[in-house]
Ligand binder design. Structure first.
Ligand code: F6R
Length: 359
């Protein structure tokens, strides 16, 4: 039931702080240590490489998660689109471990990969929102998202839940392997900060609604840019915008713009820069200058300690591994209000189904 909300999507965006708290309750004990199946940890400990598989938004959550696995566990991690991996399996490492990310647990493309993985005898975990879903039943292990039912076609709280559960698992494996970075990573405290930060962002709806109406209501195309983790969020942000508002949006690695795509920038083309990482902030800022000088309308989503006075949306500071949990929220709301402003059916965009059960 969507209660007083006009659309499920808005309700689900608003639920994200509560979902973060639910993940803390379900997966972190009093001391902040992860509570994760020890057999699962033992199985991943044996692995020489983690393969994350997903489609659409779940693939984007995988891109963010891969950095956590590499930094907190030191296990090399690759992320693949399920429909590609199913038919173009790369040369594999000797002891792969597979993580399937899937809100519904029913995506045909991801199921196809799991069937192949099982045939080859490799271990697998499904991270899903739906207990007893097909991918949950067929994998060796399951971790639930605890996000509650997601009804809107555009995935929001499942994305942030996937990222948070990946953080739990990365910390758990890292501690199991005695990797120092994992012990230092105070995930319980950080997810508390994230929940508070998300609340502040969802409370700034009016501002996001006016930014959407001013910059995104008329143009036919838009760009999200960022580097590293911010690029991963740019991909997800662009997907949100295109699927519900029908603005042709692209997520781009900031440094790549000048290698071709900058030709598309015209007067008032919206370019949204995501800036949350110290090492790349200055570079993305220069890339924004390049598009400003070609007439683009620039919107910035910037983490507090990197913010400047004219930034559009400022995010509270959290651990650099977790900034996607905050930077994606304004992007979700910009997509929502752009769609709403056009009078579209936000929850049921044309041509799309909630769960894609064909390849
Ligand atoms: C986008 C969206 C889709 C799904 C994709 C995978 O908002 O919802 O891109 O993420 O179809 O679905 P799941 O996660 O159920 O496997």
């Amino acid at each position: 039931d969507k209660g007083t909300y006009p659309f499920y999507m808005l309700k689900e965006v608003d639920e994200q702080p509560a979902v973060m708290r639910k993940i803390v309750q379900n997966y972190l004990n009093e001391d902040g240590d992860p509570v994760v199946d020890s057999q699962l940890l033992e199985s991943i400990k044996e692995a020489d490489r983690i393969y994350i598989i997903g489609a659409g938004t779940s693939y984007h959550a995988g891109l963010v998660g891969a950095k956590m696995f590499e930094q907190l566990t030191n296990i090399p991690t690759e992320v693949h689109i399920s429909s590609e991996f199913a038919y173009e399996q790369p040369i594999m490492s000797k002891k792969p471990f597979f993580i399937f990310l899937t809100q519904s647990g029913e995506t045909a493309d991801s199921r196809e990969v799991l069937v192949n993985v099982k045939k080859q005898g490799w271990p697998s975990l499904t991270i899903t929102n739906v207990p007893k879903s097909t991918l949950s039943r067929e994998a060796d292990y399951t971790m639930l998202l605890h996000a509650g039912p997601e009804i809107a076609v555009a995935s929001t709280k499942a994305y942030t839940a996937q990222v948070a559960v990946e953080a739990v698992l990365a910390k758990a494996i890292g501690e199991y392997l005695k990797h120092p970075r994992a012990a230092e990573f105070d995930l319980k405290h950080q997810l508390g900060l994230v929940a508070v930060g998300m609340q502040a962002l969802v409370d700034s709806k009016e501002k996001l609604e006016s930014v959407a109406s001013r910059y995104l209501s008329k143009p036919r195309n838009a760009f999200y840019i960022g580097r590293g983790t911010d690029w991963s969020v740019a991909l997800e942000s662009a997907l949100k915008l295109k699927e519900i508002s029908y603005v042709q949006a692209e997520g781009f690695a900031s440094g790549e713009l000048k290698h071709g795509t900058i030709a598309l920038i015209e007067s008032q083309t919206p370019v949204i820069g995501i800036i949350t990482q110290d090492r790349t902030a200055g570079l993305t800022r220069s890339n924004l200058q390049e598009v400003i000088s070609r007439g683009a309308s620039v919107i910035t989503i910037v983490t507090k300690h990197l913010a400047q006075t004219d930034d559009t949306i400022v995010l509270p500071d959290v651990d650099p591994l977790l900034t996607p949990l905050l930077s994606v929220v304004p992007a979700q709301l910009l997509a929502y209000y752009t769609s709403l402003g056009k009078g579209l059916d936000v929850d049921k965009p044309r041509n799309l189904a909630k769960s894609v059960t064909v390849q």
